[in-house]
Design a protein around this ligand. Structure first.
Ligand SMILES: [Zn+2]
Length: 372
């Protein structure tokens, strides 16, 4: 899932994301809540309509950015108080408030408010943090179940289905056709948002297992494994995923948050992870780092100044089909905004291409198993 922090995957227009095959993008609740605000977005029909994105969307709970970006945060059992990184104004997220904001934004998938346990954390700290995450998960689910019908696009979906109207309302799409709509256990006429719970527990396998079991009892629409890729060694990331994954229902989406490098996402997908998000392809692109079939290419390097080859000789993306390494290097050197756009398009194509190949190999395995 490409990350669209502020309602945009930085430097890449929505139609390009569609043509690259992005089926779902992320929005960050913390950022959208502060600016432009969830109420204006709700009044405009929700995030899909506001940013003109007809495919699936996921919003996080806002918690991660509160912990990483805002100052003077204060965590209590009730929730977290924080000051905006934009203007210093005071705010708070409780599990209920985060759900209210995410319902107003109207993404297909909402996430329960959790505390992302830092690394390293001693066992007592991880236990205390997990206690909070599990209590907040329960409150998030209760509140979500009571209010899930309030999503801004729901009325429009229903009237459209009754009238057999097209998926487009005044040319701007709504999300009723997205694949994520099928996650809902309700009948198709009752489609609304889905809520995922997040497994925490620091780097303690037994705490992780305990959290997974409790969340599965609560019966979320999908499950995420959070608090990874926070500075721990990669073997530990892998160990935590291996411990938790078998405990999560196979017939519901399993999402590892905030990973990873190209080889990691392939490895996790082959282990059974269904969803991942990472800012890496776009963030690295803005720092002139390309992920390619021949390894990482720092396109700023002088060695590319007259290199007429495509950025990645094995890539068929619109950037590699059209432009040379020398030109991309020139754009970076000249500080041209097009550099960020072209580098991001290639990196996203590379990441999405990995997942397309993994899916294709699962398909062919299934076919070969089906043969007599
Ligand atoms: Zn490319």
């Amino acid at each position: 899932m490409p990350v669209g922090t502020q309602g945009t995957v930085k430097a890449v227009p929505q139609d390009t994301l569609e043509s690259l095959g992005a089926e779902i993008i992320l929005g960050n609740t913390y950022h959208l809540y502060l600016r432009p605000g969830h109420e204006p977005i709700r009044r405009m029909g929700g995030l899909h309509r506001f940013i003109s994105w007809p495919r699936a969307m996921l919003t996080d709970s806002g918690g991660f950015q509160v912990f990483s970006l805002s100052q003077l945060r204060k965590v209590t059992d009730d929730g977290v108080q924080f000051r905006s990184h934009l203007d210093g104004s005071s705010h708070s997220f409780t599990p209920e408030h985060s759900i209210d904001v995410q319902i107003a934004l109207g993404a297909d998938i909402c996430m329960a408010l959790d505390e992302c346990t830092e690394y390293p954390a001693d066992r007592r700290r991880a236990e205390e943090s997990l206690r909070l995450t599990m209590a907040w998960a329960k409150r998030s689910l209760t509140h979500f179940r009571a209010h899930r019908d309030e999503v801004p696009w729901r009325d429009r979906c229903e009237s459209h289905q009754e009238q057999g109207a097209s998926q487009h309302d005044q040319g701007v799409p709504h999300p009723s056709s997205s694949w994520v709509g099928s996650l809902s256990s309700h009948a198709s006429h009752d489609r609304t948002q889905s809520l995922f719970g997040i497994v925490q527990g620091g780097m303690y396998a037994d705490l992780r297992r305990q959290c997974a079991e409790r969340l599965v009892e609560m019966d979320f629409d999908g499950y995420a494994i959070g608090g990874l890729s926070v500075g721990e060694p990669r073997e530990l990331t892998l160990e935590m995923i291996s411990e938790v994954l078998p405990l999560l229902p196979k017939d519901k989406p399993r999402y590892v948050m905030g990973v990873g490098y190209p080889d990691e996402i392939e490895q996790y997908a082959r282990m059974g992870v269904d969803m991942m998000d990472c800012v890496l392809p776009t963030r690295a692109a803005r720092h002139a780092l390309l992920f390619t079939s021949v390894g990482r290419v720092n396109i700023k390097n002088k060695q590319y100044s007259e290199d007429q080859n495509p950025p990645d000789p094995a890539c068929n993306c619109p950037v590699c089909r059209r432009y040379s390494r020398a030109y991309l290097r020139h754009l970076v050197q000249a500080g041209e905004p097009l550099a960020a756009t072209l580098n991001s398009i290639h990196n996203l194509a590379f990441y999405l291409g990995i997942m397309q190949r993994v899916r294709a190999s699962f398909e062919s395995e299934r076919w070969s198993l089906a043969e007599p």
